[in-house]
Design a protein. Structure first.
Ligand SMILES: *Cc1c(COP(=O)(O)O)cnc(C)c1O
Length: 380
């Protein structure tokens, strides 16, 4: 969207996009329509509503808003979860095809890739996404590359412009999980990605009250493929969830700005803490992903990787001693939360056993620090 003054900034678009037409007496917010079917007879024209599994007006404002934020030429395609979205975007890998994945991608995305290997004979090439030469070498003969940057939970930063250009040159479809960065942090379509997707459950919805996913692309044929997949597999979102996600999106810029500022301050303090072995956050000048993130991202995200003293016991001790931070999986909510990732036997074995993934929320940073510092001091 643009005005006579030029294009609107992303922090305005989160507020303005996906609104109903401005007419006298019209609602400011889109209505939630609860109807499984629509009045129809005979041939249904393009864009006309028929049945909610194939489309409902309640999805459209969110799909338009996400496209506006990612700078996509096509409306987004919303799904029932981030994983339903992963399944849809990876359906482009043919049987016995080749899929390149980051070795530290979201563990359930990796589980899905392994399932493709078992059931469809797909060759899955796991790469260090921060090692550009290694990734480019793995692209030879590949069908699809899944990119995550920063990665979950290791916070490795990929060289997006170089990797996406290399994939494009080789005819490899690139699909980028932009959950950690959010569309305010980076827009991979602008660097040449074919598809960008989100676990909307996380920052976009932002309040830990819905599970939802969405993908966007510039390519009309890929968008049609994703919509057809959604209809065939029935991996659809409920209208209320999409409405809640749009409501959450309205404050995305405020939430992300605060959470990133909190995370940057906490990472700086943690780096000097006597009970800390290692802290990963791309804001730290010493972080291996710092220079790349500074070049290609707006901000450094609000996830911190933390290894306290005392190994697994120390890490579990910190989680148990916290009173304000919530021990829970998931991330991107207004509340700060954390977990030790290797508590899941399915987490990649190259993720350190004592790594805590912190999702920094929007609380007062001094309260967050007092709780964290107190819990860490129990290890000294
Ligand atoms: C949570 C998450 C997913 C999966 O999304 P769900 O909404 O939980 O299905 C995918 N990618 C990343 C990076 C995630 O954090």
């Amino acid at each position: 969207m643009s005005t006579e003054h030029g294009p609107l900034s992303p922090s305005t678009l989160v507020v303005t996009s996906g609104r109903p037409p401005r007419v006298q007496g019209g609602p400011v917010n889109p209505p939630v329509v609860l109807s499984s079917t629509y009045v129809s007879q005979g041939v249904v024209g393009p864009g006309e509503l028929l049945y909610t599994r194939s489309g409902t007006e309640t999805w459209e404002p969110f799909e338009q808003a996400l496209a506006a934020l990612e700078g996509a030429a096509q409306p987004g395609v919303v799904f029932g979860s981030g994983m339903a979205t992963v399944a849809a975007v990876l359906s482009a890998v043919p049987d016995r095809g080749v899929l390149v994945v980051p070795r530290h991608a979201y563990q359930v995305s990796l589980g899905y890739a392994d399932d493709l290997a078992v059931r469809h004979g797909v060759e899955v090439r796991r790469v260090d996404i921060a090692d550009t030469d290694q990734v480019v070498a793995a692209l030879d003969g590949a069908d699809v590359v899944l990119v995550e940057s920063p990665t979950n939970p290791m916070l490795e930063v990929a060289d997006l412009p170089t990797l996406l250009a290399a994939a494009h040159e080789r005819g490899v479809r690139s699909v980028v999980d932009n959950t950690f960065a959010t569309p305010l942090g980076q827009n991979p379509l602008a660097h040449g990605a074919d598809v960008v997707f989100h676990s909307v459950t996380k920052y976009l919805a932002g309040h830990s009250d819905v599970v939802l996913g969405a993908a966007v692309t510039n390519d009309a044929a890929i968008a049609a493929e994703l919509r057809a997949y959604r209809t065939l597999h029935g991996s659809i979102a409920g209208p209320f969830e999409v409405w809640l996600a749009l409501r959450g999106l309205r404050t995305l810029a405020l939430r992300v700005e605060r959470a990133q500022a909190n995370a940057t301050e906490l990472a700086r303090r943690l780096a000097d803490h006597p009970a800390v072995v290692e802290v990963r956050h791309p804001s730290l000048p010493s972080d291996p992903g710092h220079d790349r993130a500074a070049r290609q991202m707006n901000g450094f995200g609000a996830i911190i990787g933390l290894r306290p003293r005392g190994g697994v016991q120390g890490a579990d001790g910190v989680v148990a001693a916290l009173r304000l931070w919530v021990p829970a999986t998931s991330l991107g909510g207004v509340e700060s939360s954390l977990e030790r990732r290797r508590r899941f036997p399915t987490e990649s074995l190259t993720v350190p056993e004592d790594l805590l993934r912190l999702s920094v929320g929007v609380e007062d940073v001094e309260d967050l620090w007092a709780d964290l510092d107190g819990a860490l001091r129990t290890l000294l």
